[in-house]
Design a protein around this ligand. Structure first.
Ligand SMILES: [Zn+2]
Length: 310
């Protein structure tokens, strides 16, 4: 058989690496670990591994933050944590109800974890929409959610809750509405480390198109997060970040909101505004712009209508 030219071989290897996935546990700080999903929409190829999840090893056991997209992925994550240190999972904290953060929760529930999430996640869980969304998403993304079992929170967050787990003092802070109507962030007070869910990004466009989102309030929340002065910020979709990421996210959201508002006040329609922003946005080369920006503009455009009546 003829040997493949070197460039073609390299290309093939690259293609295989991008379509398949491997989950690797990385230590990013003393006693703190993460797995890093790919930057893409969920697909049968990436099996829904397109978000991060975190483990904090305390003297009482693990605290897990976010549960990935499926029970298959969360089992793999739990196995990696137990290989690092065999210890019970005390808590699973879910930053918000999106599938890539919530749908893997059953694994940790079965392992005995107490599940913590915003009160509005339970409200959603108790509505018929929770099941309908799961079924629709399963259809849309090639059946990857077929084994998902939805899990409600055991402890509902409505106002700030402080917990001491082993050597760590943590605050669980509701920040809704921002990315969704059920966002919470987790701040490890004695280490100044912030787990920000999908509220903070670096060089990647956030999704602001959820029907419960509020960009207006998200901008305020980012100012509050800045005041916490975190030394490391862990998000749902980036490598570990620092405070520059808060600024990046703020700049994208405020540029988009201000531009939509200005053009709308001038009487421009949605399609014209989308076209203008897609021409001139300083953010158009960042990851996920093509996937999320139009949806974000649409949501901001409609929210401005509602604000006019407030
Ligand atoms: Zn999200």
């Amino acid at each position: 058989m003829k040997k493949l030219p070197l460039t073609l071989t390299v290309l093939l290897i690259l293609i295989i690496l991008t379509i398949s996935y491997s989950m690797e546990l990385k230590k990013f700080y003393q006693n703190m670990y993460m797995v890093r999903g790919v930057d893409a929409m969920p697909s049968p190829e990436n099996k829904g591994f397109m978000s991060n999840a975190y483990g904090i090893l305390t003297k009482e056991g693990w605290i897990v933050i976010d549960s990935l997209s499926t029970p298959e992925l969360s089992k793999e994550f739990l196995t990696l944590l137990q290989k690092e240190k065999k210890a019970p999972v005390k808590y699973l904290i879910i930053t918000h109800y999106h599938p890539d953060h919530w749908y893997g929760a059953s694994t940790f529930k079965e392992a005995g974890a107490v599940v913590i999430a915003h009160k509005n996640l339970n409200k959603f869980y108790n509505s018929p929409e929770a099941k309908m969304t799961l079924e629709a998403s399963n259809q849309r993304f090639g059946g990857i959610y077929k084994n998902v079992r939805l899990i409600p929170a055991d402890i509902e967050i409505e106002s700030q809750k402080d917990l001491k787990v082993g050597q760590y003092e943590i605050s669980i802070i509701p920040t809704n509405p921002a990315h969704t109507d059920n966002d919470i962030v987790i701040f490890v007070k004695n280490e100044n480390i912030l787990f920000a869910g999908d509220l903070v990004y670096l060089n990647r466009i956030p999704f602001a198109g959820d029907r419960g989102s509020s960009v207006k309030n998200w901008l305020k929340v980012l100012k509050d997060l800045e005041k916490l002065n975190p030394k490391i910020i862990l998000g749902g979709h980036n490598e570990p970040m620092d405070k520059k990421a808060i600024e990046f996210t703020y700049n994208y959201l405020s540029y988009t909101r201000d531009t939509v508002k200005k053009l709308k006040d001038e009487g421009k329609g949605l399609d014209e505004i989308k076209a203008y922003i897609n021409q001139s946005s300083p953010c158009k080369n960042y990851v996920m712009y093509d996937v999320f920006n139009d949806a974000n503009v649409y949501k901001i455009f409609n929210d401005l209508d509602l604000e006019d009546f407030q």
